[in-house]
Design a binder for this molecule. Sequence first.
Ligand SMILES: [Zn+2]
Length: 309
Amino acid sequence: MLRIVVLGAAAGGGVPQWNCGCRVCRQARNGNPELTSTQASIAFSRDGANWFLVNASPDLRQQLTATPQLHPAAGKLRHSPIAGVILTNGEIDAVAGLLSMREGSPFSIYAHGRVLAILATNSIFNVLGENNVARRPIEVNRPFEPTLRDGSPSGIEVLPFEVTGKGAWYLEGKPHPAGADGVGDTLGLRIADKTSGQYFCFVAACARVTDDLRARLRGAPLVLFDGTVWRDDELIAAGLGQKTGQSMGHLSMSGDHGAIESLAGLDIARKVFLHINNSNPAWLKGSDERKALERAGWQIPADGTEITL
Ligand SMILES: [Zn+2]
């Protein structure tokens, strides 16, 4: 069995974003608190006792407080059920929460060498001492089995695969500490229970759906997918910024090459959007965009939503 908890579904900034007065953020502040969402991350477990995170968002501390599944076990003075964190990219959304896990509990960080190089060259991450926090390199197309805190196998197989994306924005125009080759900057994950064979796919950043990606996702019991923007130019159209979804490494939900159209007809049992920017009108229940998304079989999860496979 696999249990998956959505810790947060929002893109960078969350909902509401601290400095944003857009329609969604205003409604989240004023009378519509169920719109509130923290920045995207999930937890998953095979046995309900040991959990792994996919990405550690800047909201991690709040998410851990709000998620009983991730609280210390009863009767233990110091404990966390979190055995590891798997990073799919080096963006602030994905790595900043690691700094909220610095209180001496052992766990492992699994990340591609390019992301580990970013952590290694930022001395602030030295608060995660090597004695407690192992940094384990993962590779594209090479499955691995994350281990529990005592080093025993988890019974879970994780397959990282390459997704079209881009490097972390704070490195734009600067040399990457791991060199110019971008393979590994953005990963998708296929996460499987080795016993039951049940699995799900996590693709929270994706600039383009390729034939290879379509083939990977076909027939999946669950796909958690990049839902950053409804349309590519929505930040510009709303006066919120100059960046398109594509320039940030994200495809749109709508349109000919958007996620809804690109993943239609693939026999995916459950389709869930993650990493949804507060500019995206699909946040608003009853909006035309939300209705269109739901008609196509997609969901936007509330923080804390648990899915069992
Ligand atoms: Zn906003």
